[in-house]
Design a protein around this ligand. Sequence first.
Ligand SMILES: NC(=O)c1ccc[n+]([C@@H]2O[C@H](COP(=O)([O-])OP(=O)(O)OC[C@H]3O[C@@H](n4cnc5c(N)ncnc54)[C@H](OP(=O)(O)O)[C@@H]3O)[C@@H](O)[C@H]2O)c1
Length: 276
Amino acid sequence: MSNDGPLQGISLTLAGVGKMGFALLEGWLKAGLSPSATTLIDPYPADAVRALCADRGISLNPPVAKGVAADVLVLAIKPQMLDHVAEVAARTGPDTLVISILAGKTMADVAARFPQARALVRAMPNTPAAVGRGITGFYANDAVTPAQKALAEALLAATGSVVALAQENDVDAVTAVSGSGPAYVFLLAECLAGAGVALGLERDVAEQLARATVQGAGELMYQNPATSPAQLRINVTSPGGTTAAALDVLMGREGLQDLLTAAVRAAHRRARALSG
Ligand SMILES: NC(=O)c1ccc[n+]([C@@H]2O[C@H](COP(=O)([O-])OP(=O)(O)OC[C@H]3O[C@@H](n4cnc5c(N)ncnc54)[C@H](OP(=O)(O)O)[C@@H]3O)[C@@H](O)[C@H]2O)c1
């Protein structure tokens, strides 16, 4: 565990310790966040959360101490619960950095519930955060100081990669590309397995082939960050070969690019509608 990282010495309150909140918390503790400076708020904490708190000395649902503002408040509740976290607002002050990962909730929505806080970050993670391989896009408002922005990046980087966004609207595009993206990749594995079954393979064999192929191809991209996906594709495509025959279909008219563009646009429309 690091003793001098950017998370050292900060006090943090996490509201909502579900799937995403727990993944973030585990990452922060590994990155050096002090358990004794961490407070969790969750009305029905899971057994794993209770056990972690007991084991590491993390404060769980303490009585609200008026005037005690955390350096950072992270909101990881369900979006529809934002109107029901009034007691959490007591943990914010003018110098508190509020980081929201709530899908569809704008900076204005969050600012309305936390009027004392000025520095706001809106972030959109994705589910591979649970295995430390997520990607989070985030936007920071003008009140966020450079030090707070670096702190937000360090906190969000605890579950994977981080990308800073130039404008708040970009969060909706991030939602459509990477937030919802893991489901597109799972569907690719499903469809590849289905195509294998259509060729006569047993379903379990086809699913094993498809799953391992998506995992392995993802790992190759991960281990070759300087090589573009297009180049990786070219590297495994011999002219006139079997891969080329399939790519002629996938890259033809109304092929995968058109389909994915239409799908991501639909997700984007939905994200914008949810953001009001
Ligand atoms: N999962 C993803 O891939 C993903 C991606 C991007 C963004 N997000 C965002 O991350 C947030 C959390 O998602 P999740 O998948 O982690 O959901 P989740 O597993 O349902 O976690 C939400 C947690 O907040 C708790 N909670 C409910 N009301 C609360 C309150 N008033 N005060 C404090 N805690 C409260 C819930 O408790 P109960 O279970 O008892 O209600 C639950 O433990 C959502 O806003 C979502 O939009 C998630």
